[in-house]
Ligand binder design. Structure first.
Ligand code: SF4
Length: 458
């Protein structure tokens, strides 16, 4: 998971717009970030480890002058967490500068790397650099032809924005695993972003999502688009709906907030329980918690307040603080929990390390019963398409039955949303989304290690 933005807007402060667009996408990656700007003659890039607020200031932004920008905020899956892998990746190609920002994971990186010229020396360790180098080395009279050449060979997930000195390109893999949309800047020009919330933040008007396998570019002649890869079975990551995307974003013209609200309602239909109050683990589970409460007819309360500014700090907690566990992140509202039978709605249980701490926090605050409801089905397989999920051994639902998980996390009861319930809530059909980590059936683009058979006892 990463966030990307691209802007082509002559006469506008594109670096500042990219900065605020990335700010709206900070939830997609907090490891490193960067912005590259072209003034038509060359590209200047600034990238660093850390959060956007710690990387950019007025002085740095004022040095990024031009009319085309690409920006990236990173969450690493392939390639180490080091500044060399921070993006955008700037390449001084024989035909001019190129800056690329990538969200996703290639599944045939080794094969792609083997297609590079023998004299190519890679600086970074990520699949994104391999992609960029291949585009630079690809045959073709123009950049669209080079991209077309690489898109017919690359497998896996890639939603990319890329700048040359005088044009902006955006393209999405033929499976559509990661989102990418575009809109019009009211003052002139266009903007591309991982999520529509980034467009709304800078006042750009959402037009539509890029189709899977589509390339778009903007240059002095305007906007161009072309479907350059054969359509493949659609495989948008269902975790975009459950957890990644911001609730104020649109996917497939469906509000993420409304999809999550419906997941909560459906969860209440599937797993009703006698209780006094419903709460959610902030932030991504809140719409699901509200939906659950609406459907079951119980009050929705705030049971935990999240310390929103802790993010991923580079200061490690000392042992005493570590022992306080999730309290660094959440504080309970005792008045809403004391002597109550509480339903706590969360979006997923992956390894099962955080949930027991949350339940303990609620019990310590006086909750009489804690009933856990999860707005995703059990996660029983790893992800090979860009999400740092866990290995089979670490995935709690791959190794324990639901009653065993319930006991291990210390809940009074536990219920997961069904796969059908999830699909209905998103409005998408089976076969139109990747459900690999729920089913072990990955999109055809997957060609990683053999899928390990898991005996799931529910
Ligand atoms: S395997 Fe799971 S997390 Fe990975 S892309 Fe598919 S649905 Fe998303």
């Amino acid at each position: 998971m990463c966030g990307v933005v691209g802007l082509y807007a002559p006469g506008h402060d594109v670096a500042r717009m990219a900065y605020f667009g990335l700010y709206a996408l900070q939830h997609r990656g907090q490891e490193s970030a960067g912005i590259a700007v072209s003034d038509g003659a060359s590209i200047v890039c600034h990238r660093q480890m850390g959060l956007l607020s710690s990387i950019f200031d007025e002085d740095i932004l004022s040095k990024l002058q031009g009319y085309i920008a690409v920006g990236h905020t990173r969450y690493s899956t392939t390639g180490s967490s080091a500044v060399v892998n921070a993006q955008p990746l700037l390449e001084h190609a024989p035909f001019g500068d190129v800056a690329l920002a990538h969200n996703g994971n290639l599944t045939n990186t080794d094969e792609m790397r083997a297609g590079l010229s023998p004299i190519t020396v890679l600086q970074a360790t990520s699949d994104s650099e391999v992609l960029e180098r291949l585009i630079v080395e690809a045959p073709g009279d123009d950049m669209a032809a080079r991209i077309r050449h690489v898109m017919t060979r690359a497998e896996g997930a890639y939603s990319i924005v890329m700048s040359t000195e005088n044009a902006l390109y955006a393209f999405r893999d033929p499976w559509g695993v990661r989102p990418l949309c575009y809109g019009r800047n009211p003052g002139g020009g266009y903007m591309f972003a991982s999520e529509s919330c980034a467009l709304a933040t800078v006042g750009a008007q959402f037009i539509r999502e890029l189709d899977p396998g589509e390339i778009m570019w903007v240059d002095g002649e305007g906007l161009h688009y072309e479907k350059i890869a054969q359509p493949k079975p659609q495989a948008l990551c269902m975790f975009e709906y459950i957890y990644f995307a911001r609730p104020d974003s649109l996917l497939d013209n469906r509000s993420i907030y409304m999809a999550r609200l419906e997941m909560g309602r459906q969860l209440a239909r599937e797993h009703p329980v006698e209780a006094d109050v419903v709460m959610a683990v902030p932030d991504s589970a809140i719409p699901g918690g509200i939906g659950f409460a609406q459907q079951i007819g119980l009050p929705y309360v705030e049971g935990l307040i999240k310390n929103r500014y802790i993010g991923r700090t580079f200061i490690s907690p000392d042992q005493a603080m570590r022992n306080r566990g999730v309290q660094l992140k959440f504080n309970p509202i005792v008045e809403n929990l004391r002597d109550q039978r509480v339903v706590v709605v969360d979006d997923s249980i992956v390894r099962g390390t955080t949930t027991p701490r949350i339940i303990k926090l609620l019990r310590d605050a006086g909750a009489r019963e804690v009933h856990v409801r999860i707005t995703s089905p059990p996660i029983i397989h790893p992800c090979y398409l860009g999400v740092d999920m866990a290995t089979h051994e670490e995935l709690i639902a791959a190794n324990l039955t639901i009653p065993e998980i319930c006991e291990k996390i210390g809940a009074d009861s536990l219920g997961y949303l069904s796969k059908e319930g999830l699909l209905n809530a998103t409005g998408r059909k089976r076969g139109e989304m990747c459900l690999g980590c729920l089913t072990g059936e990955y999109p055809e683009t997957y060609n990683g290690p053999p899928v390990q058979a898991v005996a799931v006892r529910h």
